[in-house]
Design a protein around this ligand. Sequence first.
Ligand code: SAH
Ligand code: SF4
Ligand code: F3S
Length: 466
Amino acid sequence: MAENKNTKSQHISKQEIDRQKQYMQQVADLSLTGRMACVQTYGCQQNENDSRRICGMLKEMGFMFTDDLNQADLIVFNTCAVRENAELKVYGKVGALKHHKRRKPSLKIALCGCMTQQEQVAMTIKRKYPHVDMVFGTHALYRFPEILYRSYQEERVFETESFDGAIAEDLPILRDNPVKAGVSVMYGCNNFCSYCIVPYVRGRERSREKYDVLKEVRQTVESGISEVMLLGQNVNSYAGGCDFADLLSEVAQTPGLRRIRFMTSHPKDISEKLVRTMAEFPNICNQLHLPFQSGNNRVLQVMNRKYTREHYLELITMVRSYLPDVVLSSDVIVGFPGETDAEFEDTLSLVEQVRYDSLFTFIYSKRHGTPAATMEDFATEEDKSRRFGKLLDLQNRISREINESYVGKTFELLIEGAAKHEKAMLAGRTEGNKLVHLKGSEELTGQYINVTITEAQTWSLIGERS
Ligand code: SAH
Ligand code: SF4
Ligand code: F3S
């Protein structure tokens, strides 16, 4: 197994990137029946960011974009492997594409992302889904132009080798949100939490050079985006020439950058220096996502999380001593193999003690090849859903109580555009990343306005311009 350290990162050579740029030109020069691409992304912000690169490359190759699978001449599914549900959804969708291909034989179908980085998945696609033209893993992303070109030469392309990818800089990127953007600072993970597939599909930690991160942030802000989220599976082990706190303070000094967020922080690595940096710069948002996974020490140990409940709670106290109003969120797993009802109660009591603004709650999903997959499990599915329901009820109550304390207060919102699920409403976010709906013109998108909260709901707030 890999060494547990963040080694000096290798870069894909400039010659290789130039070679891919030549392929972009070659695809652009092909005479194709249509160039409408539909790129669908599953999973986390890392995958979302990879999809922005795929779209950037596609644009250079003359493609336009659609959300409608029926309109597409090229379909790309960027997949996630973190839980079984995510995989099943993709298999279902890919199966259904058989009919699209029958109707439009020129249609090209590509699968990429974390799921394809697993050997058994690549084999299954090879054997059972012959209508898929291209499969490429996370390490081959930068070779997409070449892969696509070969596919247009009627080759079925599988590029899912598992060696750790070097970092590819200087690939085009196409942002799809005019207001906020993610910028990767590192890739991969060395932590090997016993339930998690990410280290196997994303490889070891590699940090981008500070210079490259700062350059991308600057370019993003120059394009009119004023909120940036720095991304990595474990940003606190960033090692691209400085530590993460120093990187953050340099990013914070980018002219025009109004809001900076970052995720994810691992409790074993988050430093007081980082929290001090957050307090020092007003444009580093007063918000922290700090996954705890379980409130029980035995479970944490078997999960290989490398911290205790007590240490985690001390961290929360330390964070609140610098940032009293910090908006906190976390990830929790319910039903880890061997978790008892009593151990689960420790998770509930931790949630009660910390009082998170929001939680991402997951029922444990067995991932082939991880240590937890072979651990004995006594709890039934009913036990797990009962625990899950209890956790949701508790968090919903806390979220609502916290949200109710917002009523009557005024916050600065960054308007993100039309609300997704509320008709004729705008959506905006506070510095703490709270979602607020309000009436107003879509022309306000991208602007910062002051809003007074008039009503609290469990997952969002309602406000009016003050
Ligand atoms: N690197 C981040 C997030 C990784 S994946 C971190 O460590 O916090 C996002 C979340 O998915 C994890 O925090 C965990 O709560 C959840 N997760 C990962 N593997 C899982 C599994 N096998 N079953 C259920 N949830 C899982
Ligand atoms: Fe998975 Fe743990 Fe790495 Fe997060 S820190 S990606 S949960 S192995
Ligand atoms: Fe999923 Fe890969 Fe992210 S497994 S959660 S898309 S790193």
